[in-house]
Design a protein around this ligand. Structure first.
Ligand SMILES: Cc1cc2nc3c(=O)[nH]c(=O)nc-3n(C[C@H](O)[C@H](O)[C@H](O)COP(=O)(O)OP(=O)(O)OC[C@H]3O[C@@H](n4cnc5c(N)ncnc54)[C@H](O)[C@@H]3O)c2cc1C
Length: 503
């Protein structure tokens, strides 16, 4: 958007790293009030406001209830003070201001909450997001503005001239083809992989990261019976945890533990799952959740900036850092999904300074990334789009599903269905996703594999009891029509997905 010629490469699928394994919140970060990261809360609250505006289909307001029980480490007066500060750091422009709630009102709002020991609490507002699709929408927005982007394309080495990094050697991970891209400035924005890429620039580069692992589990929402999002402190260790609604499902998260595991091979231990389930059971005693109730789970690695004082994992700063290596490569680490836009703006400022210094290029104009909608976010009022979907004969759940995932781009899915009615059939009934989404994912969203479609484009992996194994073959067939795959390739691609689920 600043007029720079830009290439983006991603070694797997867009968002397949940490950015599809978050808590899916665009939030100020209530708990950072405790660690005193007020600047981060201020910045994140501002970004929340912007993202609600530029991507209303992918980021939506979420009311939270924060109940306090006797014995919790946070007292009511501290919660009240924190709530006030949180609203103040949103410049009193959050979706709505908070309200303190007495025990009775709290139980009316959340009747399944543990009544014994309940002291009161608060209702406040943050936002929920579709992390993988937000990442994808951002990449697609870059494409609309002229960037060249490729998924499944890994940086294997860096190109150098007189010691300076001037490009990268790339490998197409689907075909094995290799090539080189030259660039005046190279940015390393590889999250938990950042130190590995820095070593390509300087084999002695000191690690910048001290990552922590976070896991989430998915259970049927009816088991907990909560109505709104719940934030609470775990009675086991006092950490702040979330129970988040996602349609008929609830996400419980998250852990925050130091780890030396690599981002490709994150494990989820039974102990971590039991910790989350026991914490949730303590607040919702009728749920009685056990390991057998877990429908899905995911683990992610927070690419946190190493802390010289080596603080405990959950109090380590979520602020970001931008550093330049010995060859001039700019590395950005840390931060949160919520603050990606402002982090990116800072990185591009740095790149633009570098270009001016080296090539004397004029200052690029400052783009309006805080105003321009992401693809699909052009209108917040989708009434017309809802009507059109119903006119086509889609069930209302499918229409709502399409509006939530695609915003105004649902029109593109409708057009596919209008041209070929069978594409309006459900992919994995009773889930509301329809077959036309697969065609859209290939044509417009750069999906290359069945996993791309089922995990990050449609989320059927998380949202169906069999993790969408039944739909794999049909997805491969629909992709084959677009990609020209033969029968053997269809078999192979479907089998790869089944193996992925099994593994
Ligand atoms: C459990 C958990 C919960 C979280 N919850 C929230 C939340 O609710 N809200 C929030 O705002 N933030 C949250 N975060 C933080 C947020 O998810 C991360 O800060 C953010 O997603 C990091 O994005 P990233 O682009 O830096 O890293 P990633 O998303 O990991 O992206 C880096 C990409 O670089 C690619 N890559 C690596 N090496 C190469 C190479 N050699 N060549 C090409 N590509 C390469 C990888 O494949 C990867 O896709 C959470 C994090 C975790 C772990």
């Amino acid at each position: 958007m600043r007029g720079l010629r830009t290439v983006l490469v991603e070694q797997q699928d867009f968002g397949s790293g940490t950015s599809s394994r978050s808590s899916r919140l665009v939030h100020g970060g209530l708990r950072y009030l405790e660690t005193g990261d007020l600047r981060l809360v201020l910045e994140a609250n501002r970004e929340r406001r912007i993202l609600l505006r530029i991507a209303p289909h992918l980021v939506w307001p979420l009311p939270f209830v924060f109940p306090l029980h006797r014995g919790d480490r946070i007292q009511l007066w501290r919660l009240a003070a924190g709530m006030w500060l949180y609203d103040a750091l949103a410049l009193f422009r959050n979706v709505r201001g908070h309200r303190m709630l007495g025990k009775r009102t709290l139980l009316e709002a959340e009747p399944m909450l543990r009544e014994r020991g309940l002291l009161g609490g608060a209702r406040f507002y943050d936002a929920q997001c579709d992390d993988a699709r937000l990442t994808l929408a951002t990449v697609r927005s870059a494409v609309h503005h002229g960037a060249l982007v490729a998924n499944y394309t890994a940086v294997r080495a860096l190109e150098r001239t007189a010691g300076r990094v001037v490009g990268a050697q790339l490998e197409d991970r689907l075909t094995g083809a290799r090539g080189t891209v030259r660039a005046s400035v190279v940015v390393n924005a590889t999250g938990p992989w950042a130190d590995k890429v820095r070593v390509l620039e300087d084999s002695g580069a000191a690690p910048l990261l001290q990552p922590t692992k976070g896991i989430h589990v998915v259970v049927d929402r009816s088991r907990l019976g909560h109505r709104e999002a719940i934030v609470f402190t775990s009675p086991i260790d006092g950490r702040v945890l979330f129970i988040l609604p996602w349609g008929d499902l609830s996400y419980i998260g998250t852990t925050d533990t130091d780890t030396t595991e690599s981002p490709e091979q994150l494990t989820i231990s039974a102990d971590d799952i039991v910790y989350l389930l026991r914490s949730a059971n303590a607040r919702f005693p009728n749920a009685r959740l056990g390991l057998e109730d877990v429908r899905a789970s995911w683990a992610g690695l927070r690419p946190l900036v190493a802390d010289r004082e080596r603080k405990a994992a959950s109090s380590r700063s979520r602020e970001h850092a931008i550093v330049q290596g010995s060859g001039g490569m700019i590395t950005v680490v840390g931060g949160k999904l919520t603050t990606y836009r402002s982090m990116a703006a800072e990185v591009v400022d740095r790149a633009a300074r570098e270009l001016r210094f080296r090539n004397g290029r004029p200052r690029p104009y400052a783009p309006k990334t805080d105003e321009e909608p992401l693809p699909g976010g052009e209108a917040a009022d989708l009434a017309q789009f809802r009507e059109r979907g119903l006119e086509l004969g889609l069930a209302s759940e499918s229409v709502e599903h399409l509006l939530r995932h695609y915003g105004t781009e649902a029109a593109g899915i409708y057009n596919l269905g209008a041209g070929e009615r069978r594409l309006l059939r459900r992919l994995a009934p009773p889930h509301p996703a329809v077959e036309a989404e697969v065609v859209h994912a290939v044509r417009r969203e750069m999906a290359q594999t069945v996993e791309d479609v089922l995990v990050r484009r449609t989320h059927l992996y998380y949202e169906t009891p069999d993790r969408a194994v039944q739909a794999a073959r049909r997805v491969a067939e629909l992709m084959a029509r677009e990609r020209g795959w033969d029968e053997a390739r269809v078999e192979e691609e479907a089998a790869k997905y089944v193996a992925f689920v099994g593994g």
